[in-house]
Design a protein. Structure first.
Lengths: 156, 322
């Protein structure tokens, strides 16, 4: 229990330290797509370290979400509405990737499934960097719904 | 202007045939805030947008308003410069296009005085509209620098925003909350997840709000009166919080930061106002001034007052009281 809390504290402390360091680079531009990829891969690694799977892994992603919002607003130079759209597209992409992983990967994640997960995160990040968040949001929501349906059918 | 393009532009119609929309005004003048009147016999209502077509084919929004009640005419205000080849006013499925090059061709040669003003503004290149880096500086000393160079120097060294430290406190608060939720017993798994969704959503919204800088007007007033002038002396910062934006002005120091009555003076602007309402137009470009922006801003009307917004950070020069 104590080691779990310590690992959690380290994971959140690392994110906080990264945000504090980021504050020393005001005005620099980082694409929200890059921020998404880096943070999603970090969340995946943190979830593996914490032994979190399924809803527990989703909770780790939720812990990273405000830091993604910070990166979008601080490095993306967006107005709050644009920032919200980008964060929404990021949430939908993350949820879709997690749902697809849960659907396809039974049991503990393997090296191959991790590689696939990172690839999917990079692809979603590329989408966020290249096109309007609305164009990412729609397909991501569809994938999420599709994977959710597949998961539900698999459980039934 | 390029003769080939002017010739092509002359072939365009104005106003568009078969439309009941009409733009009424005198001459369209670049480097100024232009006023026009849109008239429609069949009435105007709903969204109204005026956009500019640049020489490279891109379209930029110049004016936008929402007409709550139906009217026959609407007053428009918009920025023009020589990069804008034509303007298009659109409401619903109706539109009117005014080809500025063709219009100028019909009016004959530009008077020498106007040509000299335009040449002067052409020489006043606004600094590259990169987002400000670092925190705003309090002062800058200039030693006989060329005006345009002084503008570049001022925009890169002076313009900046306060670092959003509140965001870090919010993130720290969220991290503590997330840690507290994660130590809840496993039998409350569902409650843990719901709490995390709530905390994460609220945390993200709060961080987004706290991290985005407030609309800001950066202003540097130079004593020189043209592109060839050399400027010297020390500029000091004056900060003023206004109702919709923050004004950061750097002036000679002796006038307490007042931006009023600057006849003939040249002012460098930086504008960060991505969302409505924006910054009052009269605060940025006083009547009778010439202005050149790095990218055209959008004018919108709110409660009868004109405001400027721009999706990205832009810079500009204002020559006062000409």
């Amino acid at each position: 229990m104590a080691s779990r809390i310590l690992l959690r504290a380290l994971h959140l402390g690392f994110l906080l330290a990264a945000a504090a360091v980021a504050l020393t680079f005001p005005g620099h531009r980082v694409s929200p797509g890059w921020a998404f990829t880096v943070l999603a891969v970090y969340a995946h690694a943190a979830a593996r370290l914490l032994g979190a799977q399924g809803p527990e892994k989703a909770a780790v992603f939720l812990e990273v979400l405000p830091f993604f919002g910070f990166a979008v607003a601080f490095f993306g130079w967006m107005d709050p509405f644009q920032g919200l759209q980008t964060v929404a597209a990021g949430i939908a992409s993350g949820a879709a990737i997690l749902a697809i992983e849960s659907w396809f990967v039974k049991g503990s994640p393997t090296f191959g499934s991790s590689l696939g997960f990172i690839g999917a995160c990079a692809l979603a990040g590329l989408g966020l960097a290249m096109v309007s968040p609305w164009l990412v949001l729609g397909p991501a929501l569809l994938l999420w719904l599709g994977a959710g349906y597949g998961l539900a059918r698999g459980r039934a | 202007m390029r003769p080939g393009v002017v010739l092509a532009a002359l072939l365009l119609t104005w106003p568009a045939a078969g439309q009941d929309l009409r733009l009424e005004m005198g001459t369209f003048q670049p480097y100024r805030i232009n006023q026009a009147r849109l008239v429609a016999e069949a009435g105007l209502s709903g969204e109204l947008e005026l956009s500019g077509r640049l020489w490279d084919g891109r379209s930029v929004p110049l004016f936008r308003t929402h007409l709550a009640a139906e009217s026959r005419a609407e007053e428009l205000a918009f920025y023009l410069d020589e990069d804008i080849r034509a303007i298009e006013c659109r409401t619903g499925d109706r539109s009117v296009v005014v080809d500025l090059a063709a219009l100028e061709g019909r009016h004959g040669a530009v008077p020498p005085e106007e040509a000299a003003l335009r040449a002067r503004m052409r020489d006043l290149d606004p600094p590259v509209d990169l987002a400000p880096r670092g925190e705003a500086k309090d002062r800058l000393s200039l030693a006989g620098t060329d005006l345009v160079m002084a503008g570049f120097q001022a925009s890169t060294t002076l313009f900046g925003f306060a670092v959003p430290r509140t965001s870090l406190w919010l993130l720290a608060g969220f991290a503590v909350l997330a840690l507290a939720v994660s130590v809840l017993p496993m039998r409350h798994r569902r409650l843990r997840f719901v709490l995390m969704v709530g905390a994460s959503s609220l945390g993200t919204l709060a961080v987004l709000g706290a991290t985005t800088p407030r609309p800001t007007l950066f202003s540097v007033v130079f004593q020189g009166d043209g592109p060839g002038a050399r400027v010297a002396g020390s500029l000091e910062r004056h900060l003023e919080e206004r109702s919709t934006y923050t004004l950061m002005a750097w002036t000679g120091g002796h006038d307490g930061g007042s931006r009023a009555a600057r006849s003939g003076q040249v002012e460098l602007l930086g504008l960060w106002a991505p969302v409505a309402p924006g910054i009052p137009l009269a605060d940025i470009v006083p009547p009778g001034s010439l202005v050149r922006f790095s990218s055209p801003p959008l004018v919108s009307i709110r409660e009868g007052e004109a405001f400027l917004t721009s999706r990205t950070f832009i810079t500009g020069w204002v020559v006062h009281g000409l």
